[in-house]
Design a protein around this ligand. Sequence first.
Ligand code: ARG
Length: 567
Amino acid sequence: MATLDPDGAPHDPVVRPSQHADAQVNGALALAKRLGRPPRDVAEDLVTALDVADLCLTPEVAGPGFINLTLRDDALAGLLTDLTSDRCGVRPAAEPHTVVVDYSAPNVAKEMHVGHLRSTIIGDALARTLTFLGHDVIRQNHLGDWGTPFGMLTEHLVDSGLTDGDAVGTQGAAVSDLNAFYKAARARFDSDPEFADRSRARVVALQAGDPESRRLWRILVEVSTTYFSDAYDRLEVSLTDADYAGESTYNDVLDDVVAELEAKGLLVTDDGALCAFPPGFEGRDGEPLPLIVRKADGGYGYAATDLAALRHRIRDLGATELLYVVGAPQHDHLEMVFAVGRQAGWVDDTIDVEHVAFGSVLGEDGKMFRTRAGDTVKLAELVDEAVGRARTLVEAKSNDLTPDEVTDVATAIGLGAVKYADLSSDRVKDYVFAWDRMLALTGNTAPYLQYAHARMCSILSKADPADASAAGVDAVQITEAAEHDLAMALLGFDAAVHACANRRVPHRLCTYLYELASAYTTFYEACPVLRAEDPAVRRSRLALCSLTASVLACGLDLLGIRAPTRV
Ligand code: ARG
């Protein structure tokens, strides 16, 4: 090889997936340029020198100088042994991090809207995947539980006679329509000056720590978190009450955070307000953009809380990786908070902080997703509809499930459909919420994958016990092209999971699972499993079914989606 490389510099072999082989090595092109030689000649020399006979068939030079590599079937079967553990061949992260995932974060006394649904679904998939890779994941539900609206909300609570803290359940019913409660408070605030005055006085009392005001505020928070926690349970997401770390958590440290920023010379008084001007942020007029850390009236807002949260997560929680799963419109806010964190020295080169942004949810009319009446879609109703529609699907297809099993399967499929529709599209883009598409049994949907998985389980359960017990990975022998392609697809799981976690792209994992299920379908059509005459072939194919079912179930689980064995 030395003759090929006069400076002894290492070369990236540029290994890529290929339509024509298992892998394509494109590095000869760049090398040829450096050597001033025809690329095909360089590729031929490389192939002659390459010692891969134990792994690959004879490498082929193609096109301008690509080298096509095809794994030998026996070598490929051997590689599948990596997949047998419950990690399905996924290597743990080389360097485990402490990762804070900030997600969901709905607002108290307001209905969770579809934006929060996206954050919840995407955040949960990332949290699960990162955990699976061995990272120490700390979920932080940055609940909107503080700020000026709480003056009017508290006063409205008082006027509605709902101030008995022991009866949060009752209040739950009364405040259950959170949006209506919020709107009513807002309407009174806008129309009744006496109410508005009381509300403003209440904010001051609340901020000063007045016990009665705090008690009333806590009722609002409790009613809301009870409601949110119930929504998380119904959605089968992994957030728990222990993950609530609302804005109010930081109240006591805001003075200190501001003092620190001031001491570091990062704050400027602008029109009475204390502002940071992190470099690189300009308004349309080219003027530097302020991040308002303390308002002119002395109150703290969203930015101060986020600065305190950032410091806390790095300094106290020990996070080295921080993901903020928040809608795209908050990009500037978050980037400015991160920039101030960098100026303050909290975020340095060892810390990775990232806004994991996502687009809006649109209705089929291309406008913001709303009910027919134009209201925001309530999460509970959305879940009910998903499960109801899935139930119709399940009832039409299967006749040997008990009523309880139908409910369980319909829940798995309905939730799966909603989550997968969100996760499978590139998160930064807007996505169109369409029931028929997300519940379709063909195409890149959760129901397609769930049904494929259940069919695999069904084949395994129908196998002769002697075959089933002998269908371990050692039984795999690959002869058919479709078996080869399926085995190659199975080996791709590791890369898909790492990409999903490291590049924060759940849709990459979805695409992978879809391609795996497609490779399985091709295999199943071309290669009889239970009907194969040779027991060795039967067992080999059963083993491939079993591995595919495990990888599918594992992948769906990382996305927060269940894979029932019977549907
Ligand atoms: N509660 C906010 C909202 O509903 C989202 C909070 C996101 N997280 C954060 N650290 N700012 O828009």
